[in-house]
Write a protein that binds this ligand. Sequence first.
Ligand code: ATP
Ligand code: MG
Length: 395
Amino acid sequence: MAEFDTVLIRYGELTTKGKNRKDFIRCLDRNIRRILSDYPDLTFQRNYDRFYIRLNGTNPDAVTEKLRKVFGISSFSLTERVDTDIDVITARCLEIAKQSGKHTFKMISRRHDKSFPMNSDAINRHVAGEILRNTDMKVDVHHPELELRVEVHTYDTYLMSEKIPGAGGYPTGINGKVLLMLSGGIDSPVAAYELMKRGLDVEAIHFASPPYTSENARQKVLDLASMMSEYNQGRMKVHMVEFTKLQLEIYKAAGDPYAVTLMRRMMVRLAQACAEANGCLAIATGESLGQVASQTLESIACINSVISIPVLRPLICMDKVEIIDLSRKIGTYETSILPYEDCCTIFDPKNPVTKPTNKKAESYEKLFDYSSMIEEALETAELITVTPPEQEDYL
Ligand code: ATP
Ligand code: MG
């Protein structure tokens, strides 16, 4: 096979134009370098529609694994660089074809530098002719066993066979920063993925109620954040907020069935304050319409009415099955289903109201001084920055 020395990256969302496109490329450039910062031998180069990484001896598999998780990449290929000279190109393609052990092939050439004297069709015919004359291989344009791609630029030409799909979307961070309410469940990590894919830098806030919630539950949330940080330029900030005092007061004041409504109203108040203090223009949740009592439209309205910051809900119209599928795909499912109690499950009331009203919620909230408790919870919040889990070493 080819001796890979360069990774060629194709940008995603190609409809992006003008200044936006420049910002897109610059942001993607930064994210790619950051995620690969552990590999000191790599060198980088970019142009209008391609980004190149010279491996300089680095294991291509390690780089491939990292690149699969970078948003803003539509696809990429491991390539071999040769000089832009039709004889060199042809000789090397012939060698690759011979070594492949395949029976059928197809040439896919692209001429980026129009001053190169042969157009892509002529390159295809020239190289294919040489392979047909010197091997037993046949051309199959519909289902070839080997696709030989040739990209001709002014000085360098890239030979490759495989096109690896990228993660798509926008480079993380290009669309600003959002504060995600992260629980230990299935939904919120999936919401994180969707937000990051849209180019948002995601910070998390988690509410824990020790000693009612355990150290295991806390670690589970940090583990989920750590997994998601791989898509978030290799790090994620988590604000750990202690919710015990507020939660106990809520139950004293409201009891079943308004407890959940009040709890959520406190959570979003805390999240809004934390978002504002940390430069996040919106908060986000893993809510999905109708999933539980607190996610009916009436509940959402009643909870939302106590804050003014925009709330992003990327999963709002998704089925649980779709969410679970995504959760498996991004690798968080097995951790999410670990049975550690969340603050909501401990105090889970038996008959939560499905159509709460503002008036009633307000009347319960008058019974205790929640503002000072919110202030205290924010002051004592712990900020933890997580990085991706240790991975097997490819080197
Ligand atoms: P599940 O997958 O079981 O639905 P969930 O985490 O989505 O888990 P819900 O009760 O459906 O749990 O909560 C709805 C949303 O509220 C979550 O997606 C999350 O954004 C937020 N949330 C719930 N509990 C917490 C918590 N302890 N800390 C931070 N955010 C939370
Ligand atoms: Mg949920």
